[in-house]
Design a protein around this ligand. Structure first.
Ligand SMILES: [Mn+2]
Length: 425
């Protein structure tokens, strides 16, 4: 296990340079009327969940290349998220996927998470695959299936996932449906949507009072002609039909090219129906690439709406943040460290936007000033702020450097083997 002493020791090599950079940024921000202490507190509070399936090699339908040392068990997955949190201080939760992560010994798993200062975020159900010994197949759908027996099996699975989540202290479930059709005429759109609504209502009704249901949407894949929950509007409609426990979940990769995601975020926040976020980045579709690697400005614009909405729309509950990425060419843990940094940077930059001045510029239709205000914030190098927050919390000034210098991947290969495979896809 990586100790705080080791992290401190490596921090020392770049502490002097960091102090200079932080002091100069803090001075600049203070002059602009920004309270740096408050800002550091906001960054510290921002915690992102890591899904258990992002810790191993993702692969594509064409193949999977191993990185070595992938976590073989739930305990090892908790260990890996614990490492990310020890380094960044911004990833204090793990999101489980059932049945890939069914815990054998609940107490043991809970204690392991506590030892790593982790909690359990939303649990995820799986009706996009058939499991061994499963009575009915999901080949033609699950919650939307034409056969009631299949729908009931899928509903029972979701109820079981909630139960497992409850035993671990989780408070929400995310449902992503692969249901849809590959060919025109295959599905009756209205009936499929109606059946889905009915199934989701049964699940929501059975959930504990303090639980939340997140309904994810996606325009295509694995079905290529239609998807039952294809867009935010459909998810929003279903969330409304399921009542106050249900919310829409936005996955950045689940949109058609050039969709204005920040506007979707704004609308959902205004309606008090934005439940959570799945971060990733993409060039073409659901590419599941490292957050901020392709379109960092887009991410910043989304955070602009999030920051405004979280302050303005008190009817919207606190949001659940998660990284939903897949790693084909990078060490998954290094990829996640980059993603955590990208999220924090976008959040920090959005916090720098002078909301009062922006409001005024909007009122006067000063389009040029509106852009200036956004881009001034975007162009600020906020990394010293994030480093300072981590330094004060006992984290790493440079998480990637500490990860590499302490040979975390090599240690894992030694302990778990070069061909260790993570459960999942
Ligand atoms: Mn997702």
């Amino acid at each position: 296990m990586l100790t705080e002493e080791t992290i401190n020791l490596i921090n020392q090599s770049c502490e002097k340079q960091h102090s200079q950079e932080f002091e100069s940024l803090a001075e600049k921000l203070t002059q602009e009327g920004i309270d740096v202490k408050t800002l550091l507190g906001q960054l510290e509070k921002f915690q992102i969940a890591v899904p258990s399936w992002a810790l191993g090699a993702g692969g594509t339908r064409f193949g999977r290349f191993t990185f070595g040392g992938a976590p073989r068990t739930l305990l090892e997955k908790i260990e890996d998220v614990g490492l990310l949190h020890a380094l960044t201080k911004n990833s204090n939760a793990i999101s489980l996927h059932i049945p890939w992560d069914i815990p054998n010994d609940i107490q043991e798993i809970k204690e392991a998470a506590i030892a790593q200062q982790l909690r359990f975020d939303a649990v995820n159900s799986n009706t996009f695959q058939d499991q061994v010994n499963q009575k009915h197949s999901y080949k033609y759908g699950s919650l939307s299936h034409v056969d009631k027996a299949v729908r009931e099996q899928a509903i029972a699975h979701n109820k079981e996932v909630v139960q497992i989540g409850e035993s671990l202290g989780s408070k929400s479930i995310t449902i992503w449906l692969a249901d849809g059709s590959n060919f025109p005429g295959q599905n009756n759109f209205q009936k499929a949507l109606y059946r889905t609504q009915d199934s989701l209502q049964v699940i929501t009704k059975s959930m504990p009072k303090d639980w939340r249901l997140f309904i994810e949407y996606k325009p295509y894949e694995p079905n290529f002609y239609s998807t039952v929950i294809q867009d935010w509007g459909t998810s929003f409609l279903l969330a409304n039909a399921c009542g106050p426990k249900a919310f829409t979940l936005v996955d950045l990769g689940h949109h058609l090219p050039n969709t204005n995601i920040e506007q979707i975020v704004a609308t959902l926040l205004m309606q008090g129906k934005l439940g959570g976020f799945h971060f990733n980045d993409s060039k073409y579709g659901d590419d599941d690439l490292t957050v901020g690697s392709i379109q960092p400005y887009k991410l910043f614009l989304i955070f602009n709406e999030l920051v405004y909405g979280m302050a303005t729309n008190k009817n919207n509950p606190p949001l659940a943040w998660m990284i939903d990425a897949s790693h084909n060419t990078k060490d998954p843990l290094e990829d996640l460290l980059q993603s955590i940094d990208a999220i924090l940077e976008s959040f920090a930059k959005a916090l720098l936007i002078d909301q009062k001045a922006l409001h005024q510029a909007q009122q006067y239709n000063d389009v040029v000033m509106c852009q200036e205000l956004l881009q001034n914030a975007f162009k600020t190098d906020v990394r010293p702020l994030i480093r300072e927050m981590r330094l004060r919390k006992g984290g790493a000034l440079d998480a990637l450097q500490v990860y590499r210098e302490t040979k975390q991947r090599q240690i894992r290969i030694q302990q778990r083997g070069a061909n260790a495979l993570s459960s999942g896809l």
